[in-house]
Design a protein around this ligand. Structure first.
Ligand code: GDP
Ligand code: MG
Length: 323
């Protein structure tokens, strides 16, 4: 944006409010770039976000996340639900390179004004979700989307962040390659509200689904707690899609009982504020000249063994002024 940034933004927001997808796309780019312009965009759109339901799709690469998101999107569109799709995955069919069936589904969706699809770059190679996923979801919400589907990359610990962003987490696994064990290690078993054993066209999928079910049953759950279902799907054959959608809806209804969804939304917002606050504080402290000065003066002492890293931390802490 040039020197007329404020005015440009005003025009862009107006076009966004009139429902122009190109304006939404440009605003998302501003959000991706971050900084003060992104905060101005948030000031304008956040009050308009009225509580779209957010569904996360996570699981290892190649499990079928993109394929299933396409199927679920299609199903929701048949019910006339306005949807937004955020794919934090440069290799997904959303950017074009998958099977013919996926490409055709994709073309149908992108030609439909009831759908807004956006791919975001993940932060770093291990990033499961992008650092502006929440903001982009807010924007799509403000744009009138009722359901927002978010697909993660499927690598690394930060996958788990999807649970801090969405209301229902769908964990997608496949029978091949011991996914179940991997999922347990990665903590995916803890965050899933609905589990999917995809590629049910392969042998062993029922057995693999049963293993997941058994694992889930071993966990101690308090009375009345949600017990995650395991759904068998084949994105290839279009099997189990309706059942998956039903399981997601069931979880949605469960959250709507007893104010659980309200509580969850508040919890999510609280953790967002916390992490935005911590980011800002970290930058502020780390950029403080006196902190930098002491660090460069004293790091030699740490290197020589005269000072432990923790004593240096205490010295730095004394110098920190946050106003
Ligand atoms: N046989 C079979 N292949 C599938 C199924 N679902 C997805 N695939 C294929 O598996 C590959 C990875 O799928 P994709 O949706 O891109 O997985 P993602 O990396 O989790 O998003 C693609 O070639 C898909 O066509 C399925 O149910 N059965
Ligand atoms: Mg994908």
């Amino acid at each position: 944006m040039g020197s007329n940034g404020g005015q440009d933004l005003q025009v862009l927001i107006e076009r966004f409010e009139q429902g122009h997808a190109t304006a939404a796309a440009r605003l998302i780019t501003i959000l991706e770039n971050g900084g003060e312009p992104a905060e101005s965009v948030m000031d304008r759109i956040f009050p308009k976000a009225r509580g779209a339901y957010r569904i996360g799709f996570t699981g290892p690469p190649g499990a079928g996340k993109s394929s299933l998101v396409l199927h679920i999107s299609q199903l929701l569109r048949r019910r006339d639900v306005q949807i937004g799709v955020i794919a934090v995955d440069p290799t997904s069919p959303f950017s074009g390179g998958a099977l013919l069936g996926d490409r055709i589904r994709m073309q149908r969706l992108t030609g439909d004004p009831g759908v807004f699809v956006r791919s975001l770059a993940s932060r770093g190679s291990l990033g499961g979700i992008s650092n502006c996923t929440d903001e982009v979801a807010d924007l799509l919400d403000a744009f009138g989307k009722e359901m927002i589907l978010i697909e993660t990359v499927g690598v690394g610990q930060s996958e788990l962040e999807i649970a801090e962003t969405t209301h229902t987490v769908v964990v997608i696994l496949v029978p091949e390659s011991g996914d179940g064990i991997q999922a347990m290690k990665a903590g995916l078993m803890e965050i899933g509200d609905v589990f999917v054993m995809n590629k049910a066209d392969h042998p062993d999928s029922e057995l693999a689904a049963k293993e997941i079910e058994d694992t889930l049953r071993l966990k101690n759950v308090p009375d009345g707690a949600w017990i995650p279902p395991v759904v068998l799907t084949s994105a290839l054959e279009g099997r189990g899609i309706k059942e998956l959608a039903e399981s997601i809806e069931k979880h949605h209804r469960y959250l709507e009982e007893e104010d659980r969804l309200v509580e969850k939304r508040r919890r999510i917002l609280r953790s967002r504020v916390r992490s935005a606050f911590m980011d800002r504080m970290e930058r502020k402290i780390w950029d403080d000249p006196s902190v930098r000065e002491i660090l460069s003066e004293r790091i030699g002492d740490v290197y020589e063994g005269r000072l432990s890293p923790y004593r240096l931390v205490q010295e730095l802490e004394k110098r920190v002024k946050i106003e």
